[in-house]
Design a protein around this ligand. Structure first.
Ligand SMILES: C[S@@+](CC[C@H](N)C(=O)[O-])C[C@H]1O[C@@H](n2cnc3c(N)ncnc32)[C@H](O)[C@@H]1O
Length: 297
């Protein structure tokens, strides 16, 4: 393990908080309110249509009903939590480690007058200790990549589910086996720029699911269906770099207090350019994969 990776594992909490305090503004400006990928089952769909179809798939696979209570684990600014509440009618608890995003989530939920969604600051690595009730379903969308111990996180999720409840999950993955050059020249910078401690592999996740006791309903490598997202980020990055100024970058961060914390936040914002370049590069090189999983307790 590289010394940089050891640091990322140790500092996962502060790393995630600072990353999202910095990057939530640019994400909203350049990506949208959902911070995950769309599945393009039809290559002619635009991003919004593909994203809506992806969300409909997540809801159908969750098997949730209106009298259920579910948890959206690593909920961003609560956009998918609100989508679930509005479309299923069930109660939703969104948990996140970023106070900055939680504040935004609560404000948006109040402004949009959605009343069956609540939010709580919970570190997933402590989920079983901090959340005292059990849920009828869980969404775990593009979050595992940030966590220092994926198996422990999944065990915690298992603990807070009722028997028969499902987890609908997506995650960023590394290919099952990598040579030392792929690790050093592709995956290590990828993880550094995206602020990930490490990525799990498809087979690695399947082993964890089985060990913990989850029944695997779906385990799909959906890299081909999601490739268009990385192309899109790449194109946006190349377009923006030509027009970017320091003033524009600072205004996209939309969080003046974070800019008082020294040079790090600005570097995180700049690194997002490389993050986007590396997504396409690592996807084209076949070392970065994207997984869709539906699990049942
Ligand atoms: C890529 S975003 C996905 C957000 C949301 N699921 C969505 O799809 O829009 C990852 C989210 O996971 C949260 N997160 C990362 N590590 C966490 C942890 N240890 N505990 C709780 N939330 C965490 C981040 O703050 C962020 O909101």
């Amino acid at each position: 393990m590289s010394s940089k990776q050891t640091q990322r594992l140790k500092n996962y909490k502060s790393m995630v908080s600072l990353y999202y305090e910095t990057i939530t503004g640019p994400y909203l400006q350049f990506w949208g309110e959902h911070f995950h990928e769309a599945f393009f089952d039809n290559p002619h769909d635009d991003f919004d249509k593909a994203l809506l179809k992806t969300h409909q798939l997540f809801l159908a696979d969750s098997k949730l009903h209106s009298d259920d209570v579910c948890i959206d684990i690593g909920c961003g600014i609560g956009s998918f939590s609100r989508f679930v509440a509005a479309n299923i009618g069930c109660k939703v608890l969104g948990v996140n480690i970023s106070d900055y995003q939680l504040k935004k989530a609560r404000k948006l939920t109040k402004d949009k007058k959605v009343d069956n969604v609540l939010f709580k600051n919970v570190d997933i690595m402590q989920l079983d200790k901090k959340v005292k009730r059990k849920f009828d379903g869980a969404f775990f969308i593009d979050v595992g990549c940030h966590l220092p111990d994926k198996k422990k996180a999944l065990k915690n999720i298992y603990q807070v589910l009722n028997k028969g409840s499902r987890v609908v999950m997506t995650d960023w993955l590394q290919r099952n086996s990598l040579n030392s050059f792929e690790k050093e020249l592709l995956i290590e910078p990828f993880n550094h720029y995206w602020n990930y401690p490490y990525m799990e592999s498809f087979e690695g996740y399947k082993k964890h699911f089985k060990k913990i006791g989850f029944k695997i309903i779906k385990a799909q490598d959906v890299t081909e269906l999601t490739k268009k997202n990385w192309d899109m980020f790449y194109d946006i990055s190349l377009r923006e770099i030509n027009n970017m100024t320091l003033k524009k970058m600072i205004s996209s961060i939309k969080n003046p207090s974070i800019l008082m914390q020294g040079k790090k936040p600005l570097q995180i914002a700049k690194n997002q350019f490389y993050a986007n370049i590396f997504s396409k590069l690592c996807c084209d090189a076949g070392v970065f994969r994207y997984g869709y999983f539906v699990l049942e307790k």
